[in-house]
Design a binder for this molecule. Structure first.
Ligand SMILES: *Cc1c(COP(=O)(O)O)cnc(C)c1O
Length: 438
């Protein structure tokens, strides 16, 4: 039977090319795939699979690279939703990054990890009264307002508490980020932000309200953005609005430039921090503003892998793993491409053939890769799914009553378990069977 050719075999990188493009990964004859200085097989031996592994060194290096590109220009606030583990947030705090949070849980996690309230920005289209009150009580750096309606709610809640909260208006610049439709946020048909043509009126309204102090603008046009053109277009519109507001006598001191920096999921480069810095400088350089960015994926995506074992190979065509869409949801949700690399050196060489790499969950979308050119993998072979550090474990569910997978963190030649595998009994720990059906 003919096997379908890969959709884009032109850019299908080899296992060697995937490893070569990732400075913290290497392949050794005896140790196999090594993250920083720790053989991933050793972690899989101890924790079993599926299991996540994060590289502290990668996170530190990427934060430092971004901060260096933005030195003297913009502050970094890590978008917690990309990876909210306390150890990851602790690395961000230690590196001097603040946090961008979108829920009470994320705000509490960030505080728990030692990120000061004064370094926290709260975004999100549907903050509840309880979340807004908590943000006000904590006196966070800034609340990003997503609508005219939310502005009224926030002002009323703050005034009732006898407080005035610093807010930025998130504007929707109506710019297409050129990314996947499910992660585009800055066009007029998306639910996010205040329409550009209404923003000046809403800003003036904010200046007249008792409970809020408008300090500036925020924007975030989407995720996994690889070119600077959409940033330049969105920033130009924001800069124009800053000038308009100031000409009307309104104070504007801050612009939050959002996140969205993309990474190279194949063997190509990701978005360049220097190019982002150039776009920020070009738009806002002369405007005397406090600037910030709030990337998530770029900082942590390349720092994580998901380890899995081959359960069986069905008909030579389907490689069935013990990891599934309930661990890593991105392929099912966004048709995302993740590199698949064998842990053992002997599995990484040899004849390649196209296979579908799938999980065991009862959904056809539980597919990690289609027609992927991979060396032959026998049952028991283990693989790493690459670039799973962002929107990986945070999106996991226990669908099919599969417990949450454990997480390890590597740092140089050391490693530690930073989350245990969830015991099965925890799956139903909060459940009760009512008397009337017993
Ligand atoms: C998701 C999100 C981010 C981070 O996006 P990345 O693509 O991970 O950089 C930043 N800001 C806001 C408001 C977000 O919703």
């Amino acid at each position: 039977m003919a096997v379908p050719a890969p959709a884009d075999d032109e850019d299908e990188p080899t296992v060697a090319a995937l490893i070569a493009a990732r400075p913290f990964l290497s392949l050794h004859a005896l140790d196999g795939l090594v993250l920083e200085q720790v053989p991933l097989a050793r972690i899989a031996d101890e924790l079993g699979t599926p299991a996540w592994v994060y590289s502290a060194g990668t996170i530190r290096a990427r934060l430092a690279e971004l901060q260096a590109a933005l030195a003297g220009l913009a502050q970094v606030h890590f978008a917690v939703k990309a990876n909210d583990h306390l150890a990851v947030l602790r690395l961000m705090a230690a590196g001097g990054a603040g946090a961008d949070v979108v829920s009470e849980g994320e705000l509490r996690r960030a505080r728990q990890a030692g990120i000061p309230a004064g370094d926290i920005v709260f975004s999100g289209v549907g903050k509840t009264a309880r979340e807004i009150r908590l943000a006000i009580a904590e006196d966070i750096y800034q609340l990003n307002i997503e609508s005219a309606e939310e502005l009224e709610i926030v002002s009323a809640l703050a005034a009732a508490m006898g407080r005035r909260v610093r807010v930025a208006l998130r504007i929707n610049p109506d710019v297409d980020a050129g990314t996947h439709a499910k992660i585009t946020t800055g066009t007029a048909k998306d639910k996010f932000g205040i329409a550009y043509h209404e923003a000046a009126a809403v800003y003036a309204r904010a200046a007249s309200l008792p409970g809020v102090e408008p300090v500036g603008l925020a924007l975030h046009i989407g995720s996994q953005i690889l070119s600077t053109a959409p940033y330049r277009a969105a920033f130009a519109r924001a800069a124009e609005l800053v000038r308009t507001l100031r000409a009307a006598g309104l104070a504007v001191r801050r612009v939050d430039c959002g996140g969205g920096l993309g990474i190279g999921y194949r063997d190509g480069p990701g978005a360049s921090p220097a190019a982002l810095a150039g776009a920020i400088r070009a738009a806002f350089g002369g405007l005397d503003l406090e600037l910030m960015v709030e990337p998530g994926r770029w900082l942590v995506g390349p720092a994580g892998v998901l380890l899995a074992e081959v359960v069986l190979v069905k008909g030579g065509r389907f490689v069935v793993l013990d990891a599934a869409m309930n661990e890593l949801m991105r392929p099912a949700l966004y048709d995302a491409w993740h590199g698949v690399v064998p842990l053992a050196a002997r599995d990484a060489v040899g004849a390649i053939a196209p296979v579908d790499v799938v999980g065991p969950v009862c959904e056809s979308s539980d597919t990690f890769a289609r027609a992927r050119l991979l060396p032959l993998l026998a049952p028991g072979a283990r693989v790493a799914l690459l670039d799973a550090g962002a929107y990986g474990a945070v999106m996991s569910s226990t669908y099919n009553a599969r417990p949450l997978a454990p997480i390890a963190m590597v740092d140089g030649d050391r490693w530690a378990v930073i989350r245990d595998r969830q015991p099965h009994a925890d799956l139903w720990a909060g459940e009760r069977v009512p008397d009337f059906i017993a």
